[in-house]
Write a protein that binds this ligand. Structure first.
Ligand SMILES: Cc1cc2nc3c(=O)[nH]c(=O)nc-3n(C[C@H](O)[C@H](O)[C@H](O)COP(=O)(O)OP(=O)(O)OC[C@H]3O[C@@H](n4cnc5c(N)ncnc54)[C@H](O)[C@@H]3O)c2cc1C
Length: 530
C-alpha cells in the first residue's frame, strides 16, 4: 500500500474527482488503483475565495514498485505500519491486581490496556457511573444543586464526559491511533479516524465511556464507583495498599493515579504521605460567546454554511510585552458554556457541545498564563488556593447561587460593569448575572485579555463584537501541580504511577488517554501476568 499526501480539491468535488486526483498524484492510470481509503481529511481555509479539502489517502496499486521508483517529492510513501504494539510482560511478581484510581481518559485507557493484556485491573472511581452522574449534573445545571462527588469533574469518564469531545492534540504519538480506534470501536463516529479535528460530542461520549467500561469488565477487570481513595498504606517507601472512603484498605503493589486536576483533597493526601510534587504554571480566564454564524462567515466567507465545512472554529494567541500571553482554548462551535464546579461555593466554567454542534453560539476559553510566582505562597499546593480564591469570588459576585457573572465585551473593554446582555444569549446554566469580571479575576489577567481582543479581531473579523458575552471564571485549564515521576513512570513512592492531566503529564482527552496507555505499558513491562 502507498500513502499519498496533499491531494487538494475544491469543496464541491465528486468521488470521481478524488479518484482522478489520486491517479494524477501517482502518475498512473485510474484503472491501476485496486482500492483506496481516505486516511485524513482537512480543510484549507487560508484563502477564503478558494477553500479546499486536503486528503491523505492510502492506495493499493497493481505495480507499487514502479510508483515508488518515480520519487514523487515526498508526496507518496509506502504506508507505514501504525498498528499498536502491546508491551511484553515483565518478570516481577504481583501479589494483587493492579489498581487504577480514576476513570477519566487516562484511567480508562490505562484500565483498558491492562485488561487487554490480561492483568484484570481494579478501577476505583470516586464519582458515580455515567448514567447516574448525568442526572446529578443535570440537576446542578437546572436547579443549582451541586453534588461535590458527582459533577462535571468527578464520575465515570472523568472531566472528558461532559466535554466537547475534541480529540485534537499537539502530541505526535502512534498510540493516538490506538485511542481513536478503541473509541470508534466503542461507538464513536467513524469520522474521528480520518478528520484532522476529530470530535465526539458529549452525547456520544457518554455511550462510548460505558462501552469501554463493559469491555474492561468482560476482560476480567472490575470497576467500582463511589470508591474514593483517601489514604495510602506504605511499607519501606513502597505502596502496599489504598485506603478507600476512609474505611477499608485494598491491598495492591501497583496503582495508577489518574485523578485529574480537580481532586484537591487527594493531592493533599498524597502530599501528607510525602509524595514529591512541584507547582506548575496553568491558565485562568473566562469564556467568550459569539453567534456561530458570525464565526462561520469570518472563517469561511461566502462558503459559510457549506455542508462539507460544518461550523467553523478558531485558535488565536497574543503575546503581551510583559511576558504574559492570552490565547483561546477549547473552542466549541455550536456549543454551550457549562457549570463545571466540583467544590461547594465556587464557580468554574468550561465548554461542551453535542456531536451535531447545533447550538446558535460559538464559545471558547479566553485564557492568560499564570505561574507559581502568582500563587499566594511557596506551598506545593498553592496553585489550588489561587484557583479557589477566584472561583469563590465569582460565586459571590454571581449572588452565591451558582449563577455565573457575565459581562458584555464592550463593557469589559471600556471598564463598565454590565447591567444587561444584548443580542447574544448566554448559554451558562443555572443562571447568569450581569457584573464586572474584574471583581473576580486578577487585574493582570483582565488587562492582558483587554489588549489581546483588538489583536484577535485583526485576525478574526468581528471577534470584538460589542455584544459578545464573557462568562467567568475559567480556572481549571490544567493541573497547578506536577506529581514528579521517573523514567519508569513511578512517583517518589514506589508502585505509585501518576498519569494524565492530574499528574501534570497531559492536557486534554487524547494526550491523557495516551499517557494512561504509556503508564499501563510501564506496569506490564515490569510485572508478570499472574
Ligand atoms: C467541560 C469540559 C470540557 C472539556 N473539553 C475538552 C475537549 O473537548 N477536548 C479535550 O481534549 N479536553 C477537554 N477537556 C479536558 C479533558 O476532559 C481533560 O484533559 C481530561 O479529562 C483529563 O483526563 P484524566 O483522565 O487525566 O483526568 P479526568 O478526566 O479529570 O479524570 C479523573 C478521574 O479521577 C477521579 N478521581 C479523582 N480523585 C479520585 C480519588 N481519590 N479516588 C477515586 N477516583 C478519583 C475523578 O472522579 C475523575 O473521574 C474538557 C474538560 C471539561 C471539564
Amino acid at each position: 500500500m502507498l500513502r499519498v499526501f496533499e491531494i487538494k480539491l475544491p469543496l464541491d468535488h465528486s468521488q470521481d474527482d478524488l479518484l482522478r486526483a489520486i491517479s494524477d498524484a501517482l502518475q498512473v492510470p485510474a484503472r491501476e488503483l485496486l482500492s483506496w481509503e481516505i486516511r485524513r481529511q482537512a480543510i484549507d481555509a487560508r484563502k477564503k475565495t478558494t477553500i479546499r479539502l486536503i486528503y491523505t489517502v492510502d492506495v493499493c496499486l497493481c505495480h507499487e514498485e514502479q510508483v515508488v521508483s518515480k520519487s514523487l517529492a515526498n508526496r507518496v510513501i509506502p504506508t507505514p505500519d501504525e498498528s499498536y504494539q502491546p508491551a511484553k510482560p515483565g518478570s516481577e511478581m504481583l501479589e494483587h491486581h493492579p489498581v487504577v484510581v480514576g476513570s477519566g481518559p487516562a484511567g480508562l485507557f490505562a484500565g483498558l490496556i491492562l485488561s487487554q493484556a490480561g492483568y484484570q485491573p481494579v478501577i476505583l472511581e470516586r464519582g458515580k457511573a455515567v448514567e447516574e452522574r448525568c442526572r446529578d449534573v443535570e440537576r446542578f445545571w437546572h436547579e443549582g444543586v451541586l453534588n461535590p462527588e458527582s459533577n462535571a469533574q468527578f464520575g465515570e469518564g472523568g472531566a472528558g464526559t461532559f466535554s466537547d469531545g475534541k480529540l485534537s492534540t499537539l502530541i505526535n504519538d502512534l498510540r493516538c491511533r490506538k485511542v481513536l480506534e478503541e473509541l470508534a470501536m466503542a461507538g464513536a463516529p467513524p469520522a474521528i479516524l480520518v478528520s484532522n479535528k476529530p470530535h465526539i460530542g458529549t452525547d456520544q461520549l457518554r455511550r462510548v465511556v460505558r462501552t469501554i467500561r463493559e469491555s474492561i469488565i468482560r476482560l476480567g477487570g472490575e470497576v467500582r464507583f463511589l470508591n474514593r481513595v483517601t489514604g495510602l498504606r506504605l511499607r519501606d517507601g513502597r505502596l502496599r495498599g489504598l485506603k478507600i472512603n476512609d474505611s477499608f484498605v485494598l491491598d495492591c503493589e501497583a496503582a495508577v493515579f489518574a485523578i485529574g486536576h480537580s481532586s484537591r483533597d487527594t493531592f493533599g493526601m498524597l502530599l501528607k504521605h510525602g509524595l514529591t510534587m512541584i507547582p506548575k504554571p496553568f491558565s485562568v480566564g473566562m469564556r467568550i460567546e459569539h453567534p456561530q454564524l458570525l464565526i462561520d462567515q469570518a472563517q469561511y466567507g461566502a462558503f459559510a454554511g457549506h455542508p462539507r465545512l460544518g461550523q467553523a472554529d478558531y485558535k488565536l494567541a497574543y503575546h503581551a510585552p510583559d511576558g504574559r500571553s492570552a490565547y483561546t482554548f477549547c473552542m466549541c462551535p455550536g456549543g454551550k458554556v457549562i457549570a463545571a464546579a466540583s467544590e461547594l461555593g465556587g464557580i468554574v466554567t468550561n465548554g461542551m457541545r453535542l456531536q451535531a454542534r447545533s447550538g446558535p453560539n460559538a464559545n471558547a476559553a479566553l485564557m492568560v498564563n499564570v505561574g507559581p510566582e502568582d500563587f499566594p505562597d511557596d506551598h506545593p499546593l498553592s496553585g489550588f488556593r489561587f484557583q479557589r480564591e477566584w472561583e469563590t469570588l465569582a460565586f459571590r459576585v454571581g449572588g452565591a447561587t451558582y449563577a455565573a457573572p457575565v459581562q458584555l465585551l464592550d463593557d469589559f473593554l471600556t471598564g463598565r460593569p454590565s447591567s444587561q446582555l444584548g443580542q447574544v444569549k448566554a448559554t451558562y446554566r443555572p443562571a447568569v448575572v450581569p457584573a464586572d469580571l474584574r471583581n473576580c479575576l486578577p487585574a493582570y489577567v483582565c488587562d492582558t485579555i483587554k489588549h489581546a481582543i483588538p489583536a484577535f479581531a485583526r485576525r478574526l473579523k468581528s471577534f470584538d463584537l460589542p455584544d459578545a458575552v464573557l462568562t467567568g471564571v475559567e480556572t481549571r485549564s490544567s493541573c497547578p501541580v506536577r506529581l514528579v515521576r521517573g523514567k519508569d513512570f513511578q512517583a517518589s513512592i514506589s508502585g505509585l504511577y501518576p498519569a494524565g492531566e492530574g499528574g501534570g503529564y497531559a492536557g486534554g482527552i487524547m494526550s491523557s488517554a495516551v499517557d494512561g496507555i504509556k503508564v499501563a505499558e510501564a506496569i506490564i513491562s515490569r510485572f508478570s501476568l499472574f
